[in-house]
Design a protein around this ligand. Sequence first.
Ligand SMILES: *Cc1c(COP(=O)(O)O)cnc(C)c1O
Length: 349
Amino acid sequence: MATQVIDLRSDTVTKPDAEMRKAMAEAEVGDDVYGEDPTVRALEEEGAAALGFEAALFVPSGIMGNQIGLRLAAPRGTELLCDWRAHVLLYEVGALAALSGIQARPLPSEDGLPALEAFRAAIVPRGDYRVPTGAIALENTHNVAGGRAFGRDRIGPIVELARAAGLPVHVDGARIWNAAVALGTTPAELVRGATSVMFCLSKGLGAPIGSLLCSSRDRIAEAVEIRRQLGGAMRQVGVVAAAGRVALRRGPERLAADHAHARRIAEALAERPEVEIDPDVVDTNIGIFAIRPRQGAGEGAPARDWGARARAAGVLLSALDDRRVRFVTHRDLSATDVEEALRRLGGLA
Ligand SMILES: *Cc1c(COP(=O)(O)O)cnc(C)c1O
């Protein structure tokens, strides 16, 4: 009997549920390039309202949403201040430089959010010999720092600093709903004062495709042009936006359970001698752990080796590099699946 593989690689692996598929089948559509798709318009209005912005733009991917937001935020030939492990820096195929002529200036941090003082010290005014600062990017939750969620107490002062320096702030909020649920607040509160935010419908919220870029009406009007330039303008895309509307309405309800599952996995893994993880820093649905090299195995790539053995046992994880492995919980995993995954991982030699 084939056992079902348990997929902990990402929350992007979720499949549209029956309610989403029904909404997709019944969606009213029109040509969105003419601004005539009523389902897309409704999604954009609902998304903007939820995040506390005037307007939003539906884009095919989180990367496109980030890159449009950043293009609008930082002029060519300026620096974007961001965390050293930011998605916009490390996982967007050089788009900042390649598409927008923006130079990233990575700042150090322990948990994914550089200190206020680090931002303050890094800001270069125009008219200096150095590259001027164009904008600030923040990531919440922070993906490869392990799904860390940052509250208003940490975000607020950075937004204030940027405002005083006349700098736009773009929030890569791919998982801003996870942050809000974990912190017992709203996404709007977390992004208040920022210039733009991108969030994904296709991750923990469960839609098959799509993200929203939220900002002022003027910026979103410009964003429409850039989306078109990037080849991201779509036609009767209400069939997809319909799933996004269900994701936005119903998705957040589920996230607390995903977070509890991630905490459970972290606590169980912390018991294993070869695993290094602190369950107390698993704020949301992502956990990152290190694998200690096996006795006599040399340096090698213990994380890749461990990941391959987990795969053979029927659990999929992501090796981030030679030492570190990431797991992500999501709505297609039940509490029973989580226990079964732990049982299989518990059997690894
Ligand atoms: C997934 C992700 C993105 C990009 O989303 P795609 O839809 O895969 O393009 C951006 N930022 C962060 C932090 C992410 O985790």
